[in-house]
Design a protein around this ligand. Structure first.
Ligand code: ARG
Length: 247
């Protein structure tokens, strides 16, 4: 009997040990909810919703964890991850070499690229080279910002804390164009008929990834496994359909 008891205690310890540290049950997810349709505050419910939110909630469900969404400024996302304020960041965040030096990214979960957004009356901007002499608005520290920095001869790059602020500058004629992620630019066009227009095709190739702090290999592995299963069993497609089905 004694031996069995000891064995049971040992078994319990082994099981407990094998449950990763994150099994506290809560996944703290940070995002910058100014990026519809990936993450935004729903006007009615005052709730953070979007494609990314559905993806991470489903991942959390599969990991047996409750997902807590923390809505915070873009420039606080990776620093907060590094200092352990959050467990993951999902924010339409492009996997870049530079960011990958600071944090680890999941397998890509979305492919996209940068596009140019103008006012409908603008006829002389069709591709990045046409932005010569123009004022371009972007969200600071984004791949749209980095893409703008690579274009020769811009008059100016105006940086804003959020994309909605950059879009507003365009509508108010403070900027000639915005460079932004394709589906966010298209959503802005859809929501503001006759006020802004996406021109041309994406001119960069980018992939969104879910970021975790370096060293959280267990969490990362679990996220990747959940993502792969979601892609295989149609859950990913259903979420995609919900947000982009009308495309
Ligand atoms: N994909 C771009 C980047 O990684 C823009 C992301 C902006 N996301 C947001 N939630 N504001 O730089």
């Amino acid at each position: 009997m004694k031996k069995v008891g000891i064995l049971l205690v040992l078994l319990a310890l082994v099981l407990a040990g094998s449950v990763p540290a994150l099994a506290a049950g809560k996944l703290r997810v940070a995002t910058d909810a100014t990026f519809p349709p990936f993450e935004f505050v729903d006007e009615k419910g005052r709730e953070v919703v979007g494609f990314d939110i559905d993806i991470i909630k489903e991942i959390g469900r599969r990991l047996g964890m409750t997902v807590e969404i923390i809505n915070t400024a873009w420039d606080g996302l990776l620093p907060g991850l590094k200092t352990g304020k959050f467990d993951v960041v999902i924010a339409g965040m492009t996997i870049t070499d530079e960011r990958a030096q600071a944090v680890d990214f999941s397998d890509p979960y979305f492919a996209t690229g940068q596009v140019i957004l103008v006012r409908p009356d603008t006829t002389d901007i069709k591709e990045p080279a046409d932005l010569k002499g123009k004022v371009v608005a972007v969200q600071i520290g984004t791949t749209g910002h980095f893409a703008a920095q690579k274009i020769q001869g811009l008059k100016r790059i105006d940086t804003y804390d959020t994309y909605p602020a950059a879009f507003l500058a365009l509508k108010m004629r403070k900027a000639d164009a915005v460079i932004a992620d394709e589906l966010v630019a298209k959503e802005e066009q859809r929501a503001n008929p006759g006020q802004v227009r996406v021109v041309g095709r994406p001119f960069t190739v980018e992939y969104y990834g879910i970021a975790v702090n370096k060293g959280r290999t267990d969490l990362l592995r679990q996220i990747n496994r959940a993502l792969a299963l979601m892609k295989a069993d149609g859950t990913y497609d259903a979420i995609y359909e919900k947000w982009f089905g009308a495309e």
